[in-house]
Design a binder for this molecule. Structure first.
Ligand code: ADP
Ligand code: MG
Length: 605
């Protein structure tokens, strides 16, 4: 009698399951991929004990009919391919029809699913390789899968599960990869019934990055793009100001799949050579599109690694793209500083020819314009490096300029005479063409709006001695939470404070005496009215915030202005783009033509 015996199916499945499911994160990955394949736009993950006790993934995708729901747990049951040769060009995540079968072999699965057209959902519970429940149930469209009793029948595997923190780290990393790769999907992650992450749909990965990371990192992200024959690279990376102590913020995606690849990692870091210190790592989200025939995604049971046909070509392209993007970004930043300096101060000479923006010493000696009053103002980020220092100087300079007598600013000739004001609201100007009324609030709103939008990311801020605490409803807090970075980028240093409050620790200088409660509420109600997946969302919310900031900071109708303040307002308005209307579209000034005045007094026909 031979020694060879065929293993019973359920034993074979347990062994196979070990390849697909090593830890809870692998299950989360398979379930979320299935949800994405099912075209879900909302995916919520619930965990207990970092997935060891419970993993539940709920999606609003296409769901399954009764036949599919019953056979999706069978080995090699897939709706995604029919033949092996489709493998090379597959667009969906799944194709092996293995995940659910493998998971079912080592756990208890409860599935609730409903198709849109169907009136009721289907509930199936599978445990110990048999169907324990098969019934209909009221449910919403989509699929809701719960996994419990993980590895109950594979004690060896259970023993090797790492402590909760390690398993949690794996899941968190995976979750962030999905969030970056699918910014238009609304992702939520709950642990023991607490919502830890909630990222509403947003237009692109860069904006998603801003939702994910701290505001300092978000400010320092730069987009990258390059193409060489069949290989296309795009995404974003952090610039030379920002680095981390670990690789946890580096993500690679190849044809939409999150992968780990040593060669790509090395190439990325080579691109940063001499830009960030050794042993420090950037933030990066790199999407590589490549002809599917040039990769093999089938080399790893969990498809976490891939094989490139020409790895060197791709690595070189990546390294060169990163290096070029960093260089371009640096020279752009310096050029902007130089242009700003020469455009805004009469004291700065034009840069002599031969000026090299990369020569920091030369740059600073030629911009030596630090005004004496520099105690209270700071830039958003601590001025750590030389370039930051230059931004800091400009912030100082902006204040100094606004305190100067406008008559000293001779960029344009004054062609009006201020002759008075009416109702402490309208300034009256005598001009060649007639009498001009200027609405002091609308005028300053426009001026500040242009200033805030021009200086996006570089607003001069002031620390508040008494931080403002703003209480919000849980719902409002959830609405605003993912967008706090936008406030921070505009100089409003707002953070979560306790369970239902925000704290504002610093504001742009112009807003220093203003209560920001209504500004925050305004933006919240604006967001609530928006379609979040709107492509223009980021731009629009930014404009909205800047307009509201300008409105808050501007003098009001009825505010008493000194002669010098009026003069300054008029002079600045004269030199402001779009000066004929405020950001909300109201006119800033109205001309009563001389002809009309003379006709009224019958001096002219
Ligand atoms: P694969 O994804 O490789 O096809 P799986 O075992 O992960 O294999 O899933 C088996 C099948 O079950 C899928 O092909 C799909 O038809 C169905 N399915 C699984 N999860 C979902 C879901 N969340 N929504 C709709 N259908 C699903
Ligand atoms: Mg699958």
């Amino acid at each position: 009698m031979g020694k060879i015996k065929q293993l019973p199916l359920h034993e074979a499945q347990k062994i196979a399951a070990g390849e697909v499911v090593e830890r809870p994160a692998n299950i989360v990955k398979e379930l979320v991929e299935n949800a994405i394949d099912a075209q879900a736009t909302q995916i919520t993950i619930y965990l207990q004990d970092a997935g060891k006790a419970l993993i539940r993934v709920v999606d609003n995708g296409i769901g399954m009919d009764i036949d599919d729901a019953q056979c999706c747990f069978l080995k090699h049951a897939t709706s995604k391919i029919q033949h092996f040769n489709e493998l090379e060009t597959i667009n969906s995540f799944g194709f092996r029809g293995e995940a659910l079968a493998s998971i079912a072999a080592i756990s208890t699965i409860s599935l609730v699913t409903k198709e849109k057209e169907s009136n009721e959902g289907i509930k199936i519970i599978i445990s110990e390789n048999s169907i324990k429940e098969n019934s209909t149930i009221a449910s919403s469209t989509g699929t809701d899968i719960t996994i419990t009793d993980l590895f109950h029948n594979v004690p060896a595997r259970k023993k090797f599960l790492k402590k909760e923190q390690t398993e949690w780290r794996h899941i968190q990393q995976l979750f962030h990869a999905f969030c970056l790769n699918y910014p238009t999907i609304h992702f939520k992650l709950f642990s023991s019934n607490n919502c830890l992450y909630n990222y509403p749909a947003i237009k692109n990965s860069l904006s998603r990055g801003a939702q994910l990371w701290d505001q300092k990192t978000a400010q320092h992200l730069i987009a990258i793009e390059n193409q060489q024959s069949t290989v296309k690279i795009n995404g974003f990376i952090s610039n030379h100001h920002n680095f981390r102590y670990d690789r946890s913020a580096i993500f690679f995606f190849v044809n939409n799949r999150w992968i780990k690849n040593y060669g790509l990692n090395t190439a990325l870091l080579k691109g940063y050579l001499n830009v960030i210190p050794q042993g420090r790592y950037p933030t990066a989200c790199i999407q590589i599109s490549i002809d599917p025939h040039e990769i093999d995604i089938n080399i790893h049971p969990r498809k976490e690694e891939i094989l490139f046909l020409h790895p060197r070509r791709i690595e070189q392209l990546l390294q060169q793209t990163v290096k070029q993007a960093l260089e371009d970004n640096l020279s752009k930043q310096i050029k902007q500083k130089v242009e700003f300096a020469s455009a805004n101060t009469s004291t700065i000479e034009k840069q002599p020819t031969g000026f090299n923006p990369f020569n920091f010493d030369q740059f600073f000696s030629q911009n030596n314009m630090l005004p004496s009053n520099q105690t209270s103002v700071q830039k958003i980020t601590t001025p750590a490096s030389t370039i930051e220092k230059s931004i800091h100087l400009h912030a100082q300079e902006e204040i100094a300029l606004s305190q100067q007598n406008p008559s000293q600013l001779t960029t344009t000739e004054k062609n009006y005479q201020l002759i008075g004001s009416y109702k402490k609201t309208y300034l009256l100007l005598e001009k060649e063409e007639g009498l001009v009324f200027v609405d002091q609030h609308a005028a300053q709103e426009r001026i500040l709006y242009e200033l805030f939008s021009k200086r996006f990311n570089e607003v001069a801020t002031i620390n508040l001695i008494f931080p403002q605490i703003i209480s919000l409803s849980k719902q409002d807090l959830t609405t605003i939470k993912p967008h706090l970075t936008i406030f921070q980028q505009n100089g409003i240093m707002v953070e979560l404070f306790g369970a239902d409050q925000l704290v504002i620790k610093a504001t742009p200088v112009h807003l220093k005496n203003t209560s920001l409660d209504s500004l925050i509420q305004d933006v919240i109600s604006w967001i609530n009215q928006q379609q979040l997946e709107d492509k223009e969302f980021f731009k629009a919310i930014n404009e909205k915030l800047q307009a509201q900031m300008a409105c808050k900071a501007a003098v009001k109708a009825g505010d008493e202005l000194t002669q010098a303040q009026k003069e300054e307002l008029l002079f600045t308005l004269e030199n402001t783009p779009n000066r004929f209307s405020c950001p909300h579209g109201r006119p800033t000034s109205w001309l009563l033509p001389i002809d009309e005045i003379e006709k009224k007094f019958r001096r002219r026909k």
